[in-house]
Ligand binder design. Structure first.
Ligand code: PRX
Length: 632
């Protein structure tokens, strides 16, 4: 059984051992899984390349570990509980036996539709059980899944399909969210018109039964599932074979496909799940994330199922039918571990305490936060109103690239402090460095957060562009993985994530590159140039502030802004729409032509009191003009 740490003393000794002998430590953890063939070498690595190989030569199939190995002892236990958008509809439960059968049937259907090991399959689906079944079916036959969040636009979807040359898209007809019925298949139709030549088949899951257009490549999910066998021989995968690609934004260029592999990802997501949530037999665990993000991959699907847990999936939104929905679901299903994002906490807090107060939340043992810094006020509200002071908050820091939770309190084991992700997981070696790459030692210090030794679930490459992976993560500082985050270590050694130090903004926990949003804005015919920065936003954490130099002769500013927002929605999706747009006569640039974002960030935050040295600007006069336009 995967190790579950029970005390502070044990955490300290396990951590020490895991750092002294990481290979020995992870080999011991890996032994607790089902391998078709044991590995030859535990770890080979060179961050210069970068090349990281965990459990080389080992053969496995992750779904045997998620499903088959649980059949004997917990075949009739709920594996997935699905709670629909509509609270009047009944929840659906898949036991481990049923989930195993569904996954095998769909895996057989994929094979029958020409899918082979190594093929890439794109998912564009709402939060329905078929999404979890689908990704597991891919893993069963060694196909590589690339899940695209169903809020992205057709253009964004097409870019991701093309980048990975996906052979198949799997989607739903519609997405039921709150009172909305959002077209999903129509977006796929639109994407396929944008040059996705590699797509041979589109599988459509009937979710709401709404009207859709039917094309030559389309097949119904329920049709391809007919008469499929409920067993399916799992593909034999090498530990370092690709398991999935997940696109995420960086500070430059288009989103990149982060690649995770089978063996290390399995070991780390299971280990971290069991320890961070202290999951016990019979508990009901709920993570409210979307499977379109890494949190859903690691802590709705893989981590919990590997650990034999009962994991809940929710189709809807936190505010439908009212702002008590999360708590109503917690009460209804007697949820023991609840994992959500600060944005959701802040949004619900703003609606008033009456929505949480009437519910019985006494089953909650651990409550978690992920994706962005949680501010002190939200932390206390979460602690008092949701956890009732009895359920420790795990403020978990990690990234798409890290595959699993890296820095976090262990509930009931290590202490908690508002806003602090606190302590590294066993096997994780965080370091703070200064701009020159020199380690900042001691306590009560700040620096750039790096990780100095490989861990099993770390990024292996960016799909189709290994050099980009090297450049972004491994070239800034020698022999270290650079996270892109700033971090503070307090007097007692706890870590607090301050936020991104690059041009990445985090809006409601959604990660976006400023360049990506600017490129989208610039597609609007009335835009000459734009610069995007993040600014503090009460609910979203960060909002998007766009400074735009517009073509002359724009008469109706409101219509122009509406047009810009529509363009961004079309190119990326509604999540990237600027919250504030300011038309400016120019942008502050250095003599080398670089936009001085520091100034724009200050002005966007409403504080122009101390703008620092602007004498190196090519056009210092523009600063006052921007301040005037912004009214600060
Ligand atoms: O800036 C950090 C922030 O989210 C970034 C990673 O985003 P993404 O890859 O989309 O993954 C989000 C879910 C794991 C990080 O670089 N972040 C994530 N968790 C925290 C956080 N910032 C502060 N506190 C956290 N707990």
């Amino acid at each position: 059984m995967t190790l579950q740490i029970k005390s502070l003393k044990q955490y300290k000794s396990v951590y020490k051992k895991s750092v002294k002998d990481p290979e020995g430590f992870w080999a011991e953890q890996a032994e607790t899984f089902q391998w078709q063939k044991k590995w030859d070498t535990t770890l080979e690595w060179d961050f210069k390349e970068p090349s990281v190989k965990w459990f080389k030569g080992g053969k496995l199939n992750i779904t045997e570990n998620c499903l088959d190995r649980h059949l004997k002892d917990r075949g009739d236990q709920a594996a997935i509980i699905w709670e629909p958008n509509n609270p009047e509809e009944a929840a659906i439960t898949y036991t481990y036996k049923e989930l195993h059968a569904e996954v095998c049937k769909f895996a057989n259907a994929l094979r029958a539709n020409g899918i082979k090991k190594g093929d890439r399959i794109c998912f564009y689906m709402p939060m329905v059980p078929e999404l979890a079944i689908g990704v597991l079916a891919c893993a069963r036959i060694g196909a590589i899944h690339s899940v695209v969040f169903a809020g992205f636009s057709a253009t964004a979807l097409a870019d991701r399909i093309k980048d990975a040359s996906c052979k198949m898209v799997i989607c739903s007809d519609y997405n039921s969210r709150g009172t909305k019925n959002i077209p999903v298949k129509a977006v796929v139709d639109d994407a396929l018109k944008q040059g996705c030549k590699s797509i041979e088949t589109v599988i459509v899951h009937k979710n709401t039964g709404g009207k859709i257009k039917w094309n030559k490549k389309d097949k119904w999910w329920h049709e391809v599932m007919k008469r499929r066998r409920s067993t399916c021989k799992p593909a034999t995968m090498d530990a370092e074979d690709m398991l999935f690609i997940l696109y995420t934004s960086g500070s430059t260029g288009k989103p990149k496909g982060v690649v995770h592999t089978c063996g290390g990802y399995m070991v780390y997501t299971c280990f971290s799940f069991k320890n961070v949530f202290q999951y016990k037999e019979g508990d009901v665990y709920w993570c409210t994330a979307d499977i379109g993000w890494i949190t859903g991959h690691s802590y709705i699907v893989y981590g919990p199922l590997l650990a034999g847990a009962t994991t809940m999936m929710f189709e809807g939104v936190p505010t439908y039918p009212d702002a008590g929905r999360f708590w109503q679901i917690c009460e209804k299903h007697k949820v023991n571990q609840f994992y959500t994002a600060p944005t959701a906490i802040r949004a619900l807090m703003a609606k008033g305490d009456e929505f949480v107060e009437g519910y019985d939340l006494s089953d909650l043992k651990v409550i978690g936060s992920v994706g962005e810094p949680i501010n002190e006020e939200a932390w206390h509200w979460y602690n008092e109103k949701v956890g009732k002071g009895n359920a420790p908050i795990v403020d978990t820091w990690w990234q798409t690239e890290t595959g699993g939770i890296m820095i976090t309190p262990l509930p009931g084991i290590t202490d908690t402090k508002p806003c602090y992700a606190s302590y590294p997981m066993p096997g994780i070696q965080p370091v703070l460095v200064n701009a020159e790459g020199k380690e900042v030692k001691g306590n009560d210090v700040e620096g750039l957060l790096c990780i100095k030794f490989p861990w099993p679930s770390m990024i292996r490459t960016t799909y189709g562009d290994h050099e980009r992976c090297r450049q972004v993560y491994f070239s800034a500082f020698e022999n270290m993985y650079f996270t892109g985050d700033g971090c503070r270590r307090d007097e007692e050694g706890r870590l607090r994530i301050i936020g991104r130090v690059d041009d990445v903004i985090n809006v409601s926990g959604h990660r976006m590159g400023t360049a990506e949003v600017e490129n989208a804005i610039n597609e609007h015919a009335g835009v000459i140039e734009s610069a995007v920065v993040g600014y503090p936003h009460d609910i979203k954490g960060q909002g998007i502030f766009a400074y735009i130099i517009a073509q002359e002769g724009i008469k109706d500013n409101a219509a122009f802004e509406k047009g810009v927002r529509a363009t961004v929605t079309k190119v990326i999706g509604p999540i990237a729409k600027p919250d504030k747009i300011l038309i400016v006569p120019g942008l502050p640039k250095t003599r080398s032509g670089k936009i001085m974002r520091r100034l724009l960030r200050k002005i966007a935050s409403g504080d122009a009191s101390n703008l620092g040295d602007t004498s190196t600007l090519l056009n210092p006069e523009v600063v006052n003009a921007i301040r005037k336009a912004a009214g600060v």
